[in-house]
Design a protein around this ligand. Structure first.
Ligand SMILES: NC(=O)c1ccc[n+]([C@@H]2O[C@H](COP(=O)([O-])OP(=O)(O)OC[C@H]3O[C@@H](n4cnc5c(N)ncnc54)[C@H](OP(=O)(O)O)[C@@H]3O)[C@@H](O)[C@H]2O)c1
Length: 438
């Protein structure tokens, strides 16, 4: 069987690596080990040998000796000579089963799998801990941006008071392009799909699932308890129009899909994913195209921002190999693994408990006293209007468009007010409403 020592050993120890998955991330991780072998060797001082690579389609042409590959992935996680498994397949099954089996067989694991960690992270990290093994997952959130390790270690002494992240490159690319080119969502999505920036089935990105997995992982690390995916409020970007982006711009804001976590008390979190207006002066506002970023406010560290490439073969490989080196260092000193477990479950609050400001776009009948009547309805629900833009959209039908920003108010109240406004005979249509942050 062909094996390749990618990092020559300067000591007797050679870390034997099995890779599950050889797609975008798996092939990038392999290439990084190969291209940077001398630099890594200098830094870590021990050898690394890729023993076997597991894939699904054994007939697919690959640039490496064919006997390195197998479609029998169990044989890799059962191989007693392998020290570390890189799980780079994705999805919950068979990836979760293989990770569990690898840990039960005494192997350290590095994964890039956000869905698996968001859904099964607590159980798997506990398993790793109980076996004295490592389970690292830096690449699962923010691709090449180091976020997971700083949250676990350097920032662990802080009370995290708020985190807001642009955690999905596809949606950030689409919103950036809609804004720059005054383009419609559908046209930009089609172009992103043609260029390979968006999947042919874009649901995972566009409807906020990907961001939900990532923010649930970050919240679980920051608060030490698994935040269930079902406890994250989720909205995607399909409803955002170029009109909303233009009004936001006039009012001094940009629109981003954010994952947001904030504690409402010691044991209750509000975790949400939705399009958000943020002021142009906020650090997150300038994070454009496919870039990702995480903004953190900690009680001692204050404001902090991490940004960089959130996906792609090379940046993600950088995070995977960083984790692999960490495992190797631990194995080299005969360490016990450094998995940091999350306890099961934390209460998450419903979105109706949110207190924030809102952007609201209404199509109204162009009648006298419209503004006064709207202010009165909102006032009945403790929602006060802060700023406004107005334009006539159809002079013949006497229709106008009004955009409001509210002062901070309760979401439950805001939704009740909207229901009343929608019934009013002065309102033709509630076009859109978006939460405001920052
Ligand atoms: N792509 C990114 O930029 C990125 C960024 C951060 C994190 N991630 C995460 O990294 C992981 C891998 O993503 P990717 O983009 O590299 O995926 P990918 O390009 O689709 O590659 C997946 C690999 O896994 C193999 N595979 C899939 N299902 C399998 C099965 N049932 N049995 C055996 N092998 C199977 C495929 O085999 P074949 O080669 O035979 O098809 C392929 O080699 C995912 O968890 C993803 O969320 C990706």
């Amino acid at each position: 069987m062909a094996t390749e020592t990618l990092i020559p050993s300067s000591a007797n120890r050679v870390l034997r690596v099995g890779i599950l998955g050889f797609g975008t991330v798996g092939s990038g991780a392999y290439r990084m080990l190969k291209d940077n072998r001398d630099a890594i060797q200098r830094k870590v001082g021990f050898g690394m040998e890729v023993v076997r690579i597991g894939i699904r389609d054994i007939g697919k042409p690959r640039d490496l000796p064919s006997d390195l590959f197998t479609d029998d992935l169990e044989s890799i996680v059962d191989d007693p000579s392998i020290d570390v498994i890189l799980e780079l397949i994705g999805g919950v099954d068979p990836a979760g089963r293989l990770v569990e089996r690898a840990l039960n067989n005494g192997k350290n694991v590095v994964t890039a799998n956000k869905e698996l960690m968001a859904k099964e992270g607590s159980r798997l990290v506990h398993l790793a801990k109980s076996k004295g093994l490592d389970l690292h997952y830096e690449a699962a959130v923010g691709g090449g941006i180091p976020i997971v390790q700083p949250l676990k270690h350097q920032l662990a002494g802080n009370d995290v008071l708020k985190m807001m992240g642009i955690l999905n490159g596809t949606t950030n690319y689409i919103l950036t392009k809609m804004s720059r080119e005054n383009a419609d969502f559908g046209d930009v999505l089609a172009e992103a799909q043609a260029k390979g920036y968006a999947e042919s089935d874009p649901t995972n990105d566009i409807d906020g699932f990907d961001t939900t997995y990532k923010i649930s992982i970050l919240a679980s690390i920051a608060f030490g308890k698994q935040v269930p995916v079902a406890g994250v409020y989720r909205e995607g970007i399909r409803s955002i129009t170029k009109e909303d982006i233009r009004y936001a711009d006039v009012l001094g804001y940009v629109i981003k899909l954010l994952g947001i976590v904030e504690p409402l008390s010691a044991d209750r979190l509000l975790v949400r994913v939705h399009p958000t207006l943020i002021p142009k002066g906020h650090q997150l506002a300038s994070v454009s195209d496919v870039y990702n970023a995480l903004w953190i406010h900690g009680d001692f560290v204050g404001d902090l921002m991490f940004s960089g490439r959130g996906a792609g073969s090379d940046p993600t490989a950088s995070a995977v190999i960083g984790d692999l080196i960490d495992v190797g260092r631990n194995v080299a000193i005969g360490g016990q693994g450094s998995a940091i477990p999350w306890d099961m479950g934390i209460e998450t609050e419903p979105i109706e408990s949110l207190e924030t400001e809102y952007y609201l776009r209404l199509r109204v009948k162009d009648k006298p006293k419209v503004l006064g009547q709207l202010a009165m309805i909102f006032g009945e629900f403790d929602v006060s209007l802060a700023a406004m833009e107005m334009r006539v959209v159809d002079a013949v039908a006497e229709l106008g468009e009004i955009v409001f920003l509210t002062h901070k108010c309760n979401e439950g109240n805001f939704r009740k007010a909207l229901a009343e406004v929608g019934k009013s005979d002065i309102v033709d249509r509630v076009c859109n409403w978006i939460r405001v942050e920052g």
